[in-house]
Write a protein that binds this ligand. Structure first.
Ligand code: ADP
Ligand code: MG
Length: 684
């Protein structure tokens, strides 16, 4: 039931509630209070202590208007024993004051603070008592909710009350069976009880609140996974073009590569080939550490599609990376007669028109680009395979949008999603449950582990001297400026300043600068110069995070490393260690380091395995470290929080899979309630 249908809730309030993610009564019920206030007991005036939030009561003794820095009205209440309290109002109406005549009894709730005339409460909530002073005490704790401008606690409380009332009437509850399934252990409360506890706990029930919250988190995670599993089931009912790679072409492809494929690459190739040959869309997530060689796997899949008469869209997160993919893939595929083309946002005018036309008519087989591939004007002739690189930047919606583009005569394209950010196993259970997994767990031969050190910022000077030395030996280096949670503009400025500083300090070193605000062409120029050794040192923001491949660059300095996600640091570090000889990564940090920060940098110093790093990072974060969401890029939950609730996931998966087996339609209500709006099933 929408909140707009509740009496007294106008369109204005509705709009504001929407900001809090509250559209229905169910939404308010899963809007978990921040804290509770105890208004079940009255604290006598003589027992109040400063700093406490309390419910108290007394008889109005006087009302005075006080002139001060701000006008205020002070209503003094007292009790027989002589204790008194001032209620101070900065905003008041004449009518309000006239009700507060001496002798009237009132009850109020607020925080006790020291005031110029003794203890006071500023703008307490209050009401007048008519007769019996002990009448009408709350029996429950009063919830305080997270809120936003213009939504009062009273409104939220009233809505929660209404929601609970409807549940009491039997509306919106789950079937007994589903209710029993949607909890971590039989001892956890059922939904109705959990909601009642969270919004109206009795004072004695406070210890039960964590279990109640966990009950909701479990249900939410379950709904999330159910949603993805259903998406999976539905997608697998669609038809897809079976794609096959003729043996001779496979041989030619292999023979044209400058290296033999690793065993892991071959295994993954086979997994993909098997999926592509089916008449159902492949939905596969390919995980492989930085530098493990995913591009060549993508190229082979693309070849498979083109050889079967279908087009391929390859989507990269940045133009730089799209261009690099284009450079690699076109070199591998051109000798086999495959037309590859780039489509970038910066293509304008005739160039763009021509490109769109080639895509529409099917002249080109493989189209490589960025988000620009999503645009409405981009029409494919026969899209049979979608390859998305670096999945962490593309959400479920985009995944669906691109797939729908390919819908042709009821046939949907296959999907291959590639990521260098390994996803911890538990996390994958809710975020990627709609996908099958392939893993490249082996690096091409000849890679050396990057020697990683952590150095405090005070020793920058030494680090800079080291660069001079390194460059003198004919090698190249990266200097990565990271400023998290700052605007892109600030990041670019930081990089500019650092570049200037390094130019000044290192006169013999050719310093280049790369950041997000450079125009595409300029970025290219800088990258090209660096590749061709016309630059020795590349100062950049994290735009080089993905994909850049310059083997001679074997030294990387990363600033503010302590503030970055491990996965991202590992990605950055993956840019070095590709060439001959030893390579190094210096993690510059600002001291002092917190204990967790030290542990995290230690993980990175010791491990070079992206999967291990991801799991360790996850464990550390599960132990309470809060980190920006920037690196996860995954939609947040309403009541659950990962990794805190990660322990629930194995059981969530078990229940989910059983429900799907027994009766896939039964959990419909769960899915609709928790994730219905965020996944567009209607289009599926
Ligand atoms: P990523 O998985 O990070 O996308 P890339 O596909 O960019 O990795 O590959 C990294 C580098 O390794 C590239 O220069 C690529 O040509 C090279 N490479 C890929 N596979 C092999 C292999 N089997 N043997 C040697 N080099 C390889
Ligand atoms: Mg890559």
């Amino acid at each position: 039931m929408p909140v707009s249908a509740v009496k007294g809730i106008g369109t204005h309030t509705c709009a504001r509630l929407e900001k809090l993610g509250i559209a229905s009564l169910f939404d308010i019920l899963i809007h978990i209070p921040l804290r509770y206030e105890d208004r079940t007991r009255i604290t006598p005036l003589d027992r109040l202590s400063v700093g406490e939030r309390a419910l108290t009561q007394g008889v109005v003794e006087s009302v005075e208007l006080v002139q001060g820095r701000r006008h205020s009205a002070i209503c003094r209440i007292g009790e027989a024993g002589g204790a008194s309290l001032n209620l101070r109002f900065f905003h008041y109406t004449a009518r309000q004051l006239s009700c507060l005549s001496p002798g009237v009894q009132l009850r109020c709730f607020g925080e006790v603070r020291p005031g110029p005339f003794g203890p006071e409460m500023v703008h307490p909530e209050y009401h007048l008592l008519t007769q019996d002073l002990s009448a009408g005490l709350d029996r429950h704790l009063t919830a305080t909710y997270p809120t936003t401008d213009g939504v009062r606690q009273q409104t939220l409380r009233a809505l929660a009350r209404e929601g609970l009332r409807r549940i009491d009437e039997g509306l919106a509850v789950l079937s007994d069976r589903l209710d029993a399934d949607a909890k971590p252990t039989p001892a956890h409360p059922n939904l109705r009880e959990a909601l009642r506890l969270l919004h109206r706990p009795a004072p004695m029930e406070e210890p039960l609140l964590p279990a109640a919250r966990e009950r909701l988190a479990f249900e939410e995670l379950l709904a999330q996974r159910l949603g993805l599993m259903r998406l999976r089931a539905e997608t697998r009912q669609h038809g897809a073009p079976p794609l096959r790679l003729p043996l001779s072409l496979a041989d030619d492809f292999r023979a044209g590569l400058p290296f033999p494929l690793t065993a892991a690459q071959q295994r993954v190739n086979a997994e993909i080939e098997r999926d592509l040959g089916r008449e159902r869309p492949m939905m596969r997530l390919l995980q492989g550490d930085v530098g493990s060689g995913k591009t060549v796997v993508a190229a082979r899949a693309a070849l498979t599609a083109v050889a079967s008469g279908w087009q391929v869209a390859v989507m990269a997160p940045t133009e730089l990376l799209a261009e690099q993919h284009f450079a690699n893939i076109s070199v591998w595929l051109a000798p086999l007669g495959v037309q590859t083309a780039l489509l970038l946002g910066r293509f304008k005018g005739q160039q763009r028109i021509d490109r769109l036309e080639q895509i529409r008519t099917g002249d080109v087989g493989v189209i490589i680009g960025t988000h620009a591939l999503f645009q409405r004007e981009v029409r494919f002739d026969r899209l049979g395979l979608v390859i998305i690189d670096e999945q962490h930047r593309f959400g479920v919606h985009q995944r669906l949008a691109l797939r729908d583009k390919g819908n042709r005569e009821g046939l949907f394209p296959h999907q291959l999603i590639m990521t260098a950010t390994p996803i911890p196993r538990t996390r994958a259970m809710v975020d990627y449950a709609d996908l099958d997994f392939s893993i490249i767990d082996e690096l091409p031969p000849g890679r050396t582990a990057v020697k990683t050190t952590a150095t405090p910022g005070e020793r920058r000077g030494e680090v800079i001297a080291r660069i001079a030395d390194w460059v003198a030996r004919g090698r190249q280096a990266y200097w990565v400026c990271t400023l998290i949670d700052e605007s892109e503009l600030l990041q670019c400025e930081a990089a500019e300043n650092t570049a200037q500083l390094l130019r000044d300090t290192l006169p013999g070193v050719r310093v280049g600068l790369l950041h997000g605000r450079l125009k595409g062409g300029d970025k290219d120029a800088v990258m090209q110069q660096f590749k061709q050794r016309e630059l020795d040192l590349l100062v950049s923001t994290t735009v080089i995070e993905v994909g850049v491949d310059v083997p001679n660059a074997g030294l990387m300095i990363i600033e503010n490393a302590e503030r970055f996600g491990l996965a991202q640091l590992h990605q950055l570090r993956g840019r070095v260690g590709r060439g001959p000889g030893e390579s190094f990564c210096v993690l510059l940090y600002q001291s002092p380091l917190s204990q967790t920060a030290r542990q995290r940098l230690d993980i990175l110093r010791r491990s070079h395995d992206g999967f291990e790093i991801a799991e360790k990072d996850w464990e550390l974060r599960g132990s309470g470290e809060l980190l920006g969401t920037r690196q996860t890029g995954v939609a947040g939950f309403r009541t659950a929080e990962l990794p805190r609730d990660g322990g629930l996931l194995p059981r969530v998966a078990e229940v989910c899979d059983r429900l799907m087996r027994e009766d896939p339609t039964a959990p419909e209500l769960l899915i609709r309630r928790w994730v219905g709006q965020s996944m567009h099933y209607a289009e599926v």
